[in-house]
Design a protein around this ligand. Structure first.
Ligand SMILES: Cc1ncc(COP(=O)(O)O)c(C=O)c1O
Length: 329
């Protein structure tokens, strides 16, 4: 893609499915693109980015993948998956507290053989901890390769530039809605869809940026230069909604859980409480206030993340709400 090579390990394209029950419920033409069904380590959006990182890492002779994120990073889990598949070691570094148990993504990281470094927040910069891990590997004769937070740089975003080409084959028009975290997914789609009638709206799910549009502009310009894009970004063209953060990143929220239950009970599609559940809750709010028109065609990108349902803070809230349907005899 755009002169860059990748290691192909995904069965693409991922399907676009019509959601009949929720289309009727919401009064829209509602589709979901199943990037959660990508085929390694439980699946999710980061795998498309990792096809590009893995090629680069292999070209450089890497033996270890090192990446960063929160303790429950899906990106870390999928980096662990790719490392396992390609016979590499993997370390995931997080500035985070130990959640008191090994569950959700941390469990899967360990099941797939990755090391997880949880450094309590004491003011140490994240990259200092990463550099210590890298130095330890180098001293042991390994060749570490670092992948940035969420895989969101110019190389990682290529995975979603490519997804945009796939989407243009699958749908001709409508509005794609996608979660925004570290923004690589959104930016790849933004660049890849710019020449098409398909619109794009991002839903920011955490308070990450003092000025999200300025960040998008800066990221776009880096991609433009790296990929030799022949068009300019304009601030007005970035549609990233910031009003659906609901008080924090990866925080338990009742409306988000209700959105997750609705999607699961009407369409048997499992969302997650940190990313896709928040985005579906935002879609429902946008329908309710008319930001999404009745009859509008919406394509929701399911970016994965379901292992996050087992994060203790989320699971505890769900247990309270769902215990009434467990008959203990
Ligand atoms: C399940 C899921 N959806 C969406 C995102 C957001 O993607 P990006 O970081 O590329 O904005 C992430 C990022 O971690 C994720 O794990």
């Amino acid at each position: 893609m755009l002169g860059y090579q990748k290691e192909s390990f995904l069965h693409l394209p991922t399907p676009v499915e019509y959601l009949p029950a929720l289309s009727a419920e919401l009064g829209i033409e509602f589709y979901i693109k199943r990037d959660d069904l990508t085929n390694l380590g439980g699946g999710g959006n980061k795998l498309r980015k990792l096809e590009y990182f893995l090629y680069d890492a292999k070209t450089k002779g890497a033996t270890v993948l090192v990446t960063v994120g929160g303790a429950q990073t899906n990106h870390g889990r999928l980096t662990a998956a790719v490392a396992a598949k390609y016979g590499m070691k993997c370390t995931i570094v997080a500035i985070d507290d130990y959640p008191g148990e090994i569950s959700a993504n941390i469990l899967l990281d360990r099941v797939m053989g990755a090391e997880v470094v949880l450094h309590k927040d004491d003011g140490t910069p994240l990259m200092d901890i990463v550099n210590k891990v890298i130095a330890r590997y180098k001293a042991a004769g390994e060749k570490p390769y670092f992948i940035p937070m969420g895989g969101s740089d110019e190389l990682g975003a290529l995975g979603y530039y490519e997804c945009a080409q796939e989407l243009k084959e699958q749908i001709k028009d409508g509005r794609v809605i996608v979660t925004v975290g570290s923004m690589g997914t959104y930016m790849g789609l933004f660049c890849g869809l710019h020449d098409s009638p398909i619109n794009l709206t991002g839903i920011l799910i955490g308070p990450f940026y003092p000025d999200v549009t300025a960040h998008a502009m800066d990221y776009f310009n880096r991609c433009k230069e790296a990929w030799n894009l022949g068009f300019d970004g304009e601030e007005a063209n970035f549609h990233i909604r910031t009003e659906f953060i609901r008080g924090g990143y990866n925080n338990p929220v009742k409306e988000v859980r209700e959105a997750i239950y609705e999607m699961a009970r009407k369409e048997a599609v499992i969302l997650d409480p940190c990313y896709t559940g928040k985005t579906y809750a935002a879609i429902k709010d946008m329908v309710a206030c008319g930001d999404i028109r009745q009859g509008e065609k919406i394509i929701f990108i399911h970016t994965g993340g379901a292992p996050g349902l087992n994060t203790p803070s989320h699971r505890r809230e769900m247990e309270k709400e769902l215990i009434d349907g467990v008959i203990i005899e």
